[in-house]
Design a protein around this ligand. Sequence first.
Ligand code: IDP
Ligand code: MG
Length: 152
Amino acid sequence: MAIEQTLILAKPDAVARGLVGEIIARFERRGYTIAALKLMKVDGNRARTHYAEHAGKPFFDGLVQYITSAPVVAMVIEGSDAIEGCRATIGATHPIKAAPGSIRGDYGQTIGRNLAHGSDSSESAQREIPIWFAPLEIASRPHDQTQWLVGT
Ligand code: IDP
Ligand code: MG
Protein backbone atom coordinates (compact mmCIF):
# COMPACT_ATOMS: atom_id res chain seq x y z
CA MET A 1 0.00 0.00 0.00
CA ALA A 2 1.29 3.41 -0.93
CA ILE A 3 -0.21 6.88 -1.01
CA GLU A 4 -0.19 7.84 -4.68
CA GLN A 5 -1.23 10.77 -6.83
CA THR A 6 -2.82 10.22 -10.24
CA LEU A 7 -3.83 12.55 -13.06
CA ILE A 8 -7.54 12.41 -13.82
CA LEU A 9 -9.34 14.25 -16.60
CA ALA A 10 -13.06 14.71 -16.96
CA LYS A 11 -12.96 14.87 -20.76
CA PRO A 12 -14.99 17.28 -22.91
CA ASP A 13 -17.97 14.94 -23.22
CA ALA A 14 -18.20 14.61 -19.44
CA VAL A 15 -18.04 18.37 -18.93
CA ALA A 16 -20.56 19.06 -21.72
CA ARG A 17 -22.97 16.47 -20.32
CA GLY A 18 -22.83 17.89 -16.80
CA LEU A 19 -21.23 14.77 -15.31
CA VAL A 20 -18.25 16.41 -13.58
CA GLY A 21 -19.84 16.31 -10.14
CA GLU A 22 -20.84 12.69 -10.60
CA ILE A 23 -17.30 11.75 -11.60
CA ILE A 24 -15.62 13.61 -8.76
CA ALA A 25 -18.13 12.18 -6.27
CA ARG A 26 -17.16 8.64 -7.22
CA PHE A 27 -13.53 9.27 -6.36
CA GLU A 28 -14.40 11.08 -3.14
CA ARG A 29 -16.81 8.38 -2.01
CA ARG A 30 -14.06 5.80 -2.37
CA GLY A 31 -12.03 7.86 0.07
CA TYR A 32 -9.64 9.49 -2.35
CA THR A 33 -9.01 13.19 -1.95
CA ILE A 34 -8.70 16.03 -4.42
CA ALA A 35 -5.15 17.42 -4.43
CA ALA A 36 -5.69 19.72 -7.43
CA LEU A 37 -8.64 20.70 -9.60
CA LYS A 38 -9.32 23.09 -12.47
CA LEU A 39 -11.59 23.66 -15.44
CA MET A 40 -9.52 24.59 -18.47
CA LYS A 41 -9.26 24.76 -22.23
CA VAL A 42 -6.60 22.50 -23.74
CA ASP A 43 -4.33 23.61 -26.57
CA GLY A 44 -2.85 21.27 -29.15
CA ASN A 45 0.60 21.23 -27.56
CA ARG A 46 -0.69 20.08 -24.21
CA ALA A 47 -2.98 17.50 -25.82
CA ARG A 48 -0.20 16.02 -27.97
CA THR A 49 2.22 15.94 -25.03
CA HIS A 50 -0.31 14.26 -22.79
CA TYR A 51 -1.18 11.63 -25.41
CA ALA A 52 2.39 11.29 -26.81
CA GLU A 53 2.37 7.49 -26.42
CA HIS A 54 -0.42 7.33 -29.03
CA ALA A 55 1.27 9.55 -31.66
CA GLY A 56 1.06 7.90 -35.08
CA LYS A 57 -1.94 5.72 -34.26
CA PRO A 58 -5.01 6.01 -36.50
CA PHE A 59 -7.11 7.63 -33.77
CA PHE A 60 -4.45 10.14 -32.61
CA ASP A 61 -5.56 13.17 -34.62
CA GLY A 62 -9.20 12.61 -33.69
CA LEU A 63 -8.23 12.21 -30.05
CA VAL A 64 -6.32 15.52 -30.04
CA GLN A 65 -9.20 17.22 -31.88
CA TYR A 66 -11.67 15.91 -29.30
CA ILE A 67 -9.66 16.83 -26.20
CA THR A 68 -9.06 20.37 -27.52
CA SER A 69 -12.65 20.91 -28.70
CA ALA A 70 -14.16 22.04 -25.40
CA PRO A 71 -13.14 22.49 -21.74
CA VAL A 72 -11.94 19.65 -19.56
CA VAL A 73 -11.69 19.37 -15.79
CA ALA A 74 -8.20 18.28 -14.78
CA MET A 75 -7.51 16.95 -11.31
CA VAL A 76 -4.91 15.25 -9.20
CA ILE A 77 -6.53 12.58 -7.06
CA GLU A 78 -4.68 11.16 -4.10
CA GLY A 79 -4.95 8.13 -1.88
CA SER A 80 -3.90 4.59 -1.16
CA ASP A 81 -2.94 2.88 -4.45
CA ALA A 82 -4.88 5.65 -6.17
CA ILE A 83 -3.48 4.96 -9.65
CA GLU A 84 -4.91 1.46 -9.97
CA GLY A 85 -7.97 2.29 -7.88
CA CYS A 86 -8.96 5.28 -10.01
CA ARG A 87 -8.45 3.24 -13.20
CA ALA A 88 -10.89 0.69 -11.78
CA THR A 89 -13.36 3.44 -10.87
CA ILE A 90 -13.12 4.75 -14.46
CA GLY A 91 -13.44 1.31 -16.06
CA ALA A 92 -12.09 -0.33 -19.22
CA THR A 93 -11.14 1.87 -22.18
CA HIS A 94 -14.09 0.79 -24.31
CA PRO A 95 -17.33 1.52 -22.44
CA ILE A 96 -18.86 -1.68 -23.80
CA LYS A 97 -16.21 -3.64 -21.89
CA ALA A 98 -16.33 -1.40 -18.81
CA ALA A 99 -18.06 -2.95 -15.81
CA PRO A 100 -21.41 -1.58 -14.73
CA GLY A 101 -20.71 0.62 -11.72
CA SER A 102 -17.65 2.14 -13.34
CA ILE A 103 -17.79 5.64 -14.84
CA ARG A 104 -17.42 4.42 -18.42
CA GLY A 105 -19.69 1.42 -17.79
CA ASP A 106 -22.45 3.62 -16.44
CA TYR A 107 -22.23 6.64 -18.77
CA GLY A 108 -20.37 5.72 -21.96
CA GLN A 109 -21.22 4.21 -25.33
CA THR A 110 -18.16 4.61 -27.58
CA ILE A 111 -14.39 4.44 -27.14
CA GLY A 112 -13.99 7.89 -28.63
CA ARG A 113 -16.20 9.50 -25.98
CA ASN A 114 -15.30 7.65 -22.82
CA LEU A 115 -15.63 10.47 -20.30
CA ALA A 116 -12.50 10.24 -18.20
CA HIS A 117 -8.76 9.75 -18.26
CA GLY A 118 -6.68 8.20 -15.49
CA SER A 119 -2.91 7.65 -15.40
CA ASP A 120 -2.13 3.99 -16.06
CA SER A 121 1.07 3.58 -13.98
CA SER A 122 3.33 5.37 -11.53
CA GLU A 123 5.58 6.43 -14.42
CA SER A 124 2.60 7.80 -16.34
CA ALA A 125 1.32 9.71 -13.31
CA GLN A 126 4.73 11.28 -12.74
CA ARG A 127 4.97 12.27 -16.40
CA GLU A 128 1.37 13.51 -16.74
CA ILE A 129 0.78 15.52 -13.56
CA PRO A 130 3.35 18.26 -14.45
CA ILE A 131 1.77 18.60 -17.90
CA TRP A 132 -1.41 19.84 -16.25
CA PHE A 133 -0.39 21.38 -12.91
CA ALA A 134 2.36 23.56 -11.49
CA PRO A 135 3.69 22.40 -8.11
CA LEU A 136 1.95 25.23 -6.22
CA GLU A 137 -1.43 24.18 -7.64
CA ILE A 138 -1.17 20.81 -5.88
CA ALA A 139 -2.16 20.61 -2.23
CA SER A 140 -1.51 17.21 -0.74
CA ARG A 141 -3.31 16.37 2.48
CA PRO A 142 -2.64 13.81 5.23
CA HIS A 143 -4.03 10.34 4.62
CA ASP A 144 -3.96 9.07 8.17
CA GLN A 145 -6.87 6.60 8.25
CA THR A 146 -7.66 7.55 11.84
CA GLN A 147 -8.71 11.05 10.84
CA TRP A 148 -12.23 9.75 10.23
CA LEU A 149 -12.33 7.96 13.55
CA VAL A 150 -10.99 10.51 16.00
CA GLY A 151 -11.90 13.81 14.40
CA THR A 152 -9.95 16.94 15.20
P1 IDP B 1 -7.18 4.71 -21.55
O1 IDP B 1 -7.82 6.08 -21.63
O2 IDP B 1 -8.12 3.69 -20.99
O3 IDP B 1 -5.85 4.74 -20.83
P2 IDP B 1 -5.64 4.45 -24.00
O4 IDP B 1 -5.37 3.17 -24.72
O5 IDP B 1 -4.50 5.09 -23.28
O6 IDP B 1 -6.89 4.23 -23.05
O7 IDP B 1 -6.20 5.47 -25.10
C1 IDP B 1 -6.33 6.84 -24.79
C2 IDP B 1 -7.66 7.33 -25.29
O8 IDP B 1 -7.65 7.29 -26.71
C3 IDP B 1 -8.85 6.47 -24.89
O9 IDP B 1 -9.36 6.81 -23.62
C4 IDP B 1 -9.84 6.78 -25.98
O10 IDP B 1 -10.53 8.02 -25.72
C5 IDP B 1 -8.95 6.97 -27.18
N1 IDP B 1 -8.83 5.74 -27.96
C6 IDP B 1 -8.09 4.63 -27.67
N2 IDP B 1 -8.22 3.68 -28.59
C7 IDP B 1 -9.06 4.20 -29.52
C8 IDP B 1 -9.58 3.69 -30.74
O11 IDP B 1 -9.32 2.57 -31.17
N3 IDP B 1 -10.44 4.53 -31.43
C9 IDP B 1 -10.76 5.77 -30.99
N4 IDP B 1 -10.29 6.28 -29.83
C10 IDP B 1 -9.45 5.51 -29.11
MG1 MG C 1 -4.08 5.59 -21.36
